[in-house]
Ligand binder design. Structure first.
Ligand code: KG4
Ligand code: ZN
Length: 334
């Protein structure tokens, strides 16, 4: 069994021999009213959700608690109070059932979500991980060996979506709403700038400022501008964020010669990114992989598959392992 509780989703999953038998996620609605995740409320909601979520994961998998032979949990990065709920729960299970405890890095797990489906990428593969807190390109040499080759210098891609949505007056998290409104919009109507960042790193803060100034100017000229043009504005913002992401991915593929290309993380649920990656892959002869929708946003199945590979290596944690808010992990940027 694995437990994910790094931010605002409480999730539990059962995995047998690398196959996911269940993946149950309780989403916390309480944050919507605040325009972002409130850490204290998140920890309290995890405490309320964790027992029913774990019960349901066991029931769906047709598995008894006594049958578990290891328990994994998200150790980092994330909100400390949230991580503590999942880690303490996992430690209690490990102690009472006398089974190994496995500490999992959330970002590594997002990448390995690509190994859940029967159609798996071949090693080494490239993965663009795009979430609310991170934007990274890694080379994945084997399940437990990854190399970071590019990352954001400021905002993450998910933040770029969410902050843009906030400027448009949309509720948190605005990423999925931008995706939704963009469906009927013209992506080329408002050409937002693409930053020129060297290497494989990303930057989204300039785009955010450009969107802010653009909206201020348009609203001053035409009251009701946002309401009248929402689909086109959303489609144009989404177009630019996705083009920034895919241009770097293209560069990484050219530099490394790798043709098995994956995406991961919450933003990989974005329909324009999924469609554009597929089209680009067909054009450039890549094999592209996108996790199933439920394995893109935060979920315990990705923690379970990572814990499974660590289990095979007997990479176990002790009961005094501590959680960490920080991103540092098994991969170092070159
Ligand atoms: O990976 P994730 O679930 O949580 C983190 O670890 O951050 O990613 C959440 C992020 C949020 O910024 C959310 O707005 C974004 O993923 N997101 C989307 C879509 N679905 C989720 N962004 C754009 N389009 C979507 N369809
Ligand atoms: Zn995540």
């Amino acid at each position: 069994m694995a437990i994910e509780s790094s931010c605002d989703e409480t999730s539990a999953s059962i995995c047998r021999d690398g196959n996911i038998l269940s993946n149950i996620t309780a989403t916390q609605k309480v944050h919507e009213a605040y325009g972002g995740v409130v850490p204290e409320l998140a920890s309290r909601a995890h405490i309320q959700h964790i027992v029913p979520t774990v019960d349901q994961a066991l029931m769906t998998a047709g598995c008894l608690l006594e049958e578990l032979n290891a328990v994994g949990f998200t150790q980092a990065p994330g909100l400390i109070g949230s991580l503590l709920v999942g880690s303490q729960f996992a430690k209690s299970l490990s102690l009472s059932l006398e089974i190994p405890l496995i500490a999992v890095h959330h970002m590594q797990a997002h990448v390995l979500a690509n190994l859940i489906s029967p159609e798996k990428p071949a090693f080494p593969f490239l993965c663009l991980t795009v979430s609310g807190g991170h934007t990274q390109i890694v080379i994945c040499h084997s399940p437990l060996k990854m190399e970071l080759v590019g990352e954001t210098l400021d905002d993450a891609a998910g933040e770029a979506f969410d902050k843009s949505a906030k400027l448009l007056g949309l509720p948190y998290p605005g990423g999925p709403l931008i995706d939704q409104y963009a469906q009927s919009g013209n992506p080329r109507r408002f050409p937002f700038p693409e930053p020129q960042i060297p290497g494989l790193d990303f930057s989204f803060s300039g785009l955010k400022t450009a969107i802010l100034y653009f909206l201020q100017e348009q609203k001053a000229n035409e009251p009701g501008f946002i309401e009248k043009n929402l689909p086109d504005i959303c489609a144009s913002i989404q177009f630019r964020i996705v083009s920034i992401l895919l241009n770097k991915l293209k560069k990484a593929a050219t530099q490394t010669g790798i043709r098995d290309i994956c995406i991961a993380g919450g933003v990989s649920a974005n329909s324009w990114l999924r469609k554009s990656l597929k089209e680009l892959g067909e054009k450039l002869g890549w094999k592209t992989y996108i996790p199933k929708f439920e394995y893109c946003t935060d979920n315990a199945a990705m923690i379970a598959i990572t814990a499974y590979f660590k289990y095979l290596e007997k990479d176990f944690a002790t009961l005094n392992v501590s959680v960490s808010a920080r991103t540092e992990w098994c991969i170092e940027k070159k």
